[in-house]
Design a protein around this ligand. Structure first.
Ligand SMILES: C[S@@+](CC[C@H](N)C(=O)[O-])C[C@H]1O[C@@H](n2cnc3c(N)ncnc32)[C@H](O)[C@@H]1O
Length: 258
């Protein structure tokens, strides 16, 4: 690995890897478990398996491709015959990992996807060039990554069933947590779209609300108390009883309480 890389691979407590970014001064995942966190926050709480079961088809939009872990997990689900549905995975990455770091994550140790190192190399090689990159990994599974800033990402050609909102924390990556970002995502979504994120920050939730999203608090994982689900239609949230009071949240922000 190049000595000048701003990325360092770390092994998490669950045996999967994550990366520490020198630039953002943060890990790409919870250091207690990259794989455990992704499976819970995005796949379980995002209802990926249910959607695949009910519709036989899913479209996912991810904010922050990072190591590609979520794409590989989805590939594993489709490949491992957990579902024989179709999936398109759209993502965006402004600061792609170098190929050596992406390979050093070694996700083929925890994910059964044929030729994962070869696919990782191919995808990260292409991501070094800005613009849209499309990968038809199988006839049932494609990955589409825009190498560039989210603000420059073209609208995906279809409405996502689920949005994996996986930016760094609002403190470190504030450009991705503004009302403008959640408004843009709302414009690309419909009443059934579910947005899921590991983040439970009240100011970030207030920005979501301001952009038209309804919020549900969900118990967290790996020592995190809470995560957040959001939808444009509150009926699309799994447990409407735990919906955050939107007026109160905006009021608290207006009063400087959050
Ligand atoms: C927490 S990491 C994503 C982790 C990833 N989903 C994974 O499983 O490895 C956040 C990612 O967002 C990227 N990012 C930060 N700001 C961005 C922006 N404005 N537009 C696009 N990508 C951005 C970072 O480079 C980083 O890869």
């Amino acid at each position: 690995m190049s000595e000048t890389t701003p990325f360092q691979v770390q092994v998490c407590k669950d045996g999967s890897s994550t990366v520490f970014s020198e630039v953002f001064q943060q890990c790409y995942h919870n250091p207690n478990g990259a794989l455990t966190e992704s499976l819970y926050v995005f796949f379980e709480k995002g209802g990926v398996l249910e959607t695949l079961k009910q519709k036989g088809d899913i479209s996912i939009l991810e904010i922050g491709f990072g190591t590609g872990l979520n794409a590989w997990i989805l590939g594993d689900i489709l490949n491992g015959k957990v579902s024989d549905g179709n999936a398109r995975f759209y993502s965006v990455e402004a600061f792609p990992l170098d190929i050596e770091t992406a390979l050093a994550c070694g996700y083929s140790k925890v994910i059964r996807y044929p030729n994962l190192p070869g696919i990782t190399r191919n995808i990260f090689e292409k991501l070094q060039t800005p613009g849209m990159h499309n990968f038809e990994l199988t006839p049932r599974f494609s990955v589409h990554v825009f190498a560039g800033l989210f603000k420059d990402m073209p609208q995906p050609p279809e409405v996502p069933n689920v949005i994996f909102f996986d930016a760094f924390s609002p403190e470190k990556n504030s450009d991705l947590w503004g009302t403008d970002v959640f408004k843009r995502l709302a414009d690309w979504s419909n009443d059934q779209t579910l947005l899921t994120t590991y983040c439970a920050s009240s100011p970030a939730r207030a920005n979501m609300v301001e952009a038209g999203w309804y919020i549900e608090k969900v118990p967290g994982v790996l020592g995190k108390r809470e995560i957040t689900l959001a939808a444009l239609n509150p009926d699309s949230l799994p447990e409407q009883g735990k919906t955050v009071n939107r007026e109160r949240l905006l009021e608290r922000r207006k009063n400087g309480e959050i």
